[in-house]
Design a protein around this ligand. Structure first.
Ligand SMILES: [Zn+2]
Length: 205
């Protein structure tokens, strides 16, 4: 079974807005069959169109609903705000080796000076053992660095550059990244999603 997840752009404000809600602002939070989100960061959301299709195909269970109603030619349907898959999807153990996942592993922080970047845009990645010394492009040899630290380190090892790593680069599991991702709640959370996200306990990390 396949459920198509699309990235959905949400409004930035968390304040209640009494104007009519755009349908595009009504994605559903998608939970696995164990009622945990398929993904925390980015949050697993599904557009209302795909949700309606999945409901129609009997692939998901509707857990919560928006007040917003859509009308077909024969019926009125309240838009689901939280759905769960009927069939459990086993999560992969290891995440893909991507820039984004690497920055997430390092909490969007330069591992040399501690500079925290917004969404990783101001970060670069650094080969801890430089490539010219045989360093490989892999989880265990790549770390997040701000441009200044990356420039200062140049093609040297941290020892030669007299720079100290704040964490040893390791290959994370999906579970590790999920836990880190919970520390970065999205700008908008519908009230009905909160019971499934456990932000409060995780923000103490
Ligand atoms: Zn730095």
């Amino acid at each position: 079974m396949q459920v198509i997840l699309r990235r959905v752009t949400l409004p930035l404000s968390q304040t209640p807005d009494l104007r009519p809600v755009s349908l595009d602002a009504c994605p559903a939070l998608v939970l696995n069959a164990d009622f945990r989100p398929l993904s925390y960061f980015p949050l697993s959301l599904c557009s209302w169109q795909d949700v309606i299709k999945a409901v129609y195909l009997d692939r998901v269970t509707v857990i919560e609903e928006y007040d917003r109603v859509v009308h077909s030619s024969t019926a009125a349907i309240r838009l689901p705000s939280v759905i769960s898959l009927k069939e459990y999807i086993s999560p992969a153990i290891y995440p893909n080796f991507t820039r984004f996942n690497l920055f997430l592993r390092d909490r969007f922080t330069c591992q040399y000076c501690g500079f925290v970047a917004g969404n990783g845009r101001e970060l670069t990645f650094d080969h801890v053992i430089p490539r010219r010394l045989g360093g490989r492009t892999r989880w265990e040899n790549i770390t997040s660095a701000c441009p200044g630290c990356n420039f200062e380190k140049g093609g040297r090892t941290p020892e030669k550059a007299n720079m100290t790593l704040r964490s040893k680069p390791v290959r994370p599991t999906i579970y590790n990244l999920q836990n880190i991702g919970r520390c970065y709640p999205p700008n908008y959370l519908h009230d009905s999603w909160r019971d499934f996200l456990y932000w409060d306990s995780e923000l103490d990390l």
